[in-house]
Design a protein around this ligand. Structure first.
Ligand SMILES: Cc1cc2nc3c(=O)[nH]c(=O)nc-3n(C[C@H](O)[C@H](O)[C@H](O)COP(=O)(O)OP(=O)(O)OC[C@H]3O[C@@H](n4cnc5c(N)ncnc54)[C@H](O)[C@@H]3O)c2cc1C
Length: 380
């Protein structure tokens, strides 16, 4: 395993860092206050080829790898957690399943516009009664002639309000053991019967678009089935494994932002006649924060590297997601502590980082589910 960035990866990292610093960070507080995605950012990211980093050029991508994509997620997340979440959800959840499992026609029709930034991608798995327990999906799709007829409801779906299509998971039958067969179907968002409402008032990641989707006798051509009808469940588990690496990278980015602010504040804030960074209690906090961020980043790199090598990466992705998200929460919490009362004020941004990072312990499989995944890999 080689963690030294290639020249291309270094160039990409610098380009994204520069873009995020100039085009995202200055708006991050406003995005949070208004709870509104800044779509112009995504149009620009698309033009720069950053929305399709891990996909081949023939699909509008940059021909890069997961590793490079994670570098970009970290930089964007460092500038704005909400924008970072929408960025990661677009590539990992909206676009990747079509790249992994789609037909050539589906890739041309749906993946290319996403990679170019003409639309965002979204993945609708969660339902009011099926969160961690995705097998409990109630949305149903029934084949009627040449069309799927879909009925159900999805909640908290990232980017759906800015997507031309959402990948919807739905029960399409029963296995011999009585368990549901859950399949994935690409549903254009302008299909009659599909209602998308994006009115959630969220705690954090407020710059990401989050929607409820109601499907009332929605009809789509049977060719919109994504991949193997009977393997929908394993397909989305693979998708989520990949997505977890990007949530880990996003956690590292948010934590890095909070850490840098805490370090700077600690050098400037004077109490008892000296800057608080001279107190060992503060130094130890900063040392722990820096160490934990670096360890999480290394685990992101390891998981991404394994995926890029075509090796099994599910356990390492769960390690990365679990450790990075919980590390991020600790780091953002300590960043507030180092700021004292100032940290409790919006002006200093660290309270936003804490609100943003909390989602990382919940989305794409909660911390409890990550521990279950790891335990399963251990043969428990
Ligand atoms: C801002 C935001 C964006 C999101 N974006 C998307 C998206 O784009 N697409 C999508 O499909 N979903 C999305 N989600 C949904 C997210 O993935 C779910 O919230 C998450 O998977 C948890 O499901 P739940 O909220 O129903 O919690 P539940 O599954 O009800 O869990 C509640 C609690 O019980 C615990 N628990 C559940 N089962 C077990 C168990 N077996 N053992 C131990 N503990 C358990 C959980 O860990 C948690 O602590 C988003 C959510 C949010 C908040």
């Amino acid at each position: 395993m080689n963690f030294e960035l290639t020249k291309e990866q270094q160039m990409l990292q610098e380009m994204v860092r520069d873009f995020a610093e100039k085009e995202i960070k200055p708006y991050s507080r406003e995005i949070d206050e208004q709870s509104k995605m800044r779509y112009e950012i995504f149009e620009k990211l698309g033009k720069l080829g950053l929305l399709g980093i891990p996909f081949p050029e023939k699909y509008g991508g940059a021909g890069g790898d997961t590793f490079s994509y994670c570098l970009a997620v970290e930089e964007i997340g460092k500038a704005c957690g909400g924008t970072g979440l929408s960025y990661a959800a677009n590539t990992s959840l909206g676009a990747s399943p079509i790249y992994y499992f789609g037909t050539e026609e589906q890739k041309q029709k749906w993946l290319v516009p996403m990679a170019k930034g003409e639309t965002l991608g979204a993945f609708g798995l969660t339902e009011p009664n099926a969160g961690s327990d995705a097998g409990g999906t109630r949305t149903k799709a029934v084949l009627d002639g040449d069309e799927w007829v879909i009925n159900g409801e999805k909640c908290w779906i990232t980017n759906a309000g800015y997507s031309r299509q959402v990948i919807i998971t739905a029960v399409t039958g029963k296995k011999s053991n009585g368990r549901n067969i859950v399949s994935a179907i690409i549903v254009p968002t302008d299909t009659p019967g599909m209602t998308i409402a994006c009115n959630y008032d969220k705690m954090g990641v407020r710059g990401s678009n989050t929607c409820q989707i109601v499907l009332d006798h929605v009809r789509v051509p049977k060719e919109n089935l994504l991949g193997d009808e009977k393997k929908g469940f394993s397909q989305f588990l693979y998708t989520l494994d990949g997505g977890r690496i990007s949530i880990a990278a996003l956690s590292v980015g948010i934590a890095q932002a909070a850490f840098e602010k805490a370090l700077q504040f600690s050098k400037e804030r004077v109490q008892f006649g000296q800057s608080i960074s001279k107190f060992q209690a503060i130094q130890f906090k900063l040392a722990d924060m820096a160490m934990e961020i670096e360890l999480a980043r290394n685990q992101v790199f390891k998981a991404a590297w394994l995926k890029d090598q075509g090796k099994p990466f599910g356990k390492e992705a769960a390690f990365a997601k679990l450790f990075a998200s919980e590390m991020g929460f600790r780091v953002c919490n300590q960043a507030i502590q180092i700021h004292g009362g100032s940290g409790y004020m919006k002006e200093y941004d660290v309270e936003r980082h804490l609100r943003d990072i909390k989602l990382m312990e919940i989305g794409e499989g909660t911390s409890e589910i990550q521990r279950l995944v790891i335990a399963r890999h251990l043969g428990c």
